[in-house]
Design a protein around this ligand. Structure first.
Ligand code: TK8
Length: 360
């Protein structure tokens, strides 16, 4: 009898512990693009992984198309704890955590493989972890992609074509300054206001990866697509720290594992789609031109001075670590991109640029 009682007690204990480890929860997960975009599909994939790994106890309520507000508004909701999760651009996070500005460095990565190595390595982790003191938990980086330019008034074929172009940029100082340096007249706007701004000709153009240009139907209001690949843009999946800290270790693990699976899935999917997207944009009537290497080089050079600003935002240590890591990935000795040289030469001659070409 005693054995039976203790056996039942043990079972009850096991059951209650298990029940406590993963509780039924609804997770409000916001994002900016449409459901059918690469972002929307990846959120769907994440939702399925979360449901599967928690036997349906953790349920994602995915809310796209910025219905919970633009990135910056969702970030504040996460910090307050009135929304649980989101995915959005790292560029809109710099107001909260300035180290995020590293990813805004023009021509930082010359390939997706370089981006993966740095984002998923210790540097990417360190930058994401700085969010914790601001009330956010960074889980993984997804690929938004290399950004290209669309315009309605004229194509951009050379550096001078930027002159006076009214361009929408993300709400981010580096983007604003970079495009102004190139000669454009940049206006920061949240993504949700972009289509109407293009349609009403408040701005002449914008810049985003191919997938977004297609899924957001910018081809309806933009005539030209000029291939610049001027920056690699990541998305970052975030959780509210207030909420995250209340989760059990098991619940956190479900979310972390699903986040990693979604990252790998999203990148593979986005890369595949991106190749098709250019052809589809041509089909939709966009006129596509690729900037000659010489003009890309001129853009790069014009943007050298922005490196100093980024280095001061992210801190000397992270900046140099990144340059060294990129040098290593490219099979070169570290040394370029040294902040002292960069400062002494006002951005001339020392800093690494993508593809390995130095700023001159
Ligand atoms: C979507 C944005 C978008 C970004 C932008 O919410 O704002 O241009 O590229 O992906 O995060």
């Amino acid at each position: 009898m005693r054995a039976l009682v203790s056996c039942i007690a043990l079972l009850a204990l096991c059951f209650s512990v298990f029940a406590q480890e993963i509780q039924p929860r609804v997770i409000r997960f916001g994002y900016g693009l449409d459901e059918q975009s690469n972002q929307g599909r990846a959120v769907q994939f994440f939702a399925e992984q979360v449901a599967k790994n928690s036997s349906g106890r953790l349920r994602l309520r995915a809310i796209g198309a910025a219905a919970l507000g633009p990135d910056v508004q969702m970030q504040q909701a996460l910090i307050r704890g009135s929304q649980e999760m989101m995915v959005g651009s790292t560029a809109t996070l710099v107001g909260i955590s300035q180290e995020m500005a590293l990813w805004d460095t023009p021509f930082l990565f010359s390939s997706a493989a370089e981006a993966d190595a740095i984002l998923d390595g210790p540097i990417g982790r360190k930058i994401m972890d700085r969010l914790q003191e601001k009330g956010l938990v960074g889980l993984v980086y997804w690929e938004n992609g290399f950004r290209n330019l669309t315009t309605d008034t004229r194509p951009v074929r050379k550096l001078e074509d930027f002159n006076g172009l009214r361009l929408r940029v993300m709400q981010n100082e580096i983007y604003l300054k970079s495009f102004n340096l190139l000669g454009a007249n940049a206006t920061p706007l949240p993504f949700s206001e972009l289509f109407p701004a293009l349609e009403s000709k408040l701005v002449d153009g914008q810049e985003n990866p191919y997938n977004t240009i297609l899924s957001s139907r910018f081809f309806e209001v933009q005539k030209y697509l000029s291939i610049t690949n001027h920056v690699y843009s990541p998305w970052v999946m975030l959780a509210s720290k207030k909420w995250w800290d209340q989760l059990s270790a098991d619940e956190q693990k479900v979310l972390r594992d699903a986040a990693v699976a979604s990252r790998d899935h999203e990148r593979a999917y986005s890369r595949k789609e991106s190749v098709k997207a250019v052809a589809m944009l041509k089909d939709k009537g966009m006129l596509v031109n690729e900037l000659p290497a010489r003009e890309i080089e001129r853009m790069r050079e014009r943007l050298c001075s922005i490196h100093l600003l980024i280095a001061s935002n992210v801190g000397k240590e992270i900046w140099q670590e990144t340059q060294a890591a990129l040098g290593q990935l490219r099979g070169r000795k570290p040394g370029n991109g040294n902040i002292a040289n960069l400062a002494a030469s006002s951005g001339r001659g020392q800093t690494d640029s993508p593809g390995g070409a130095p700023c001159r």
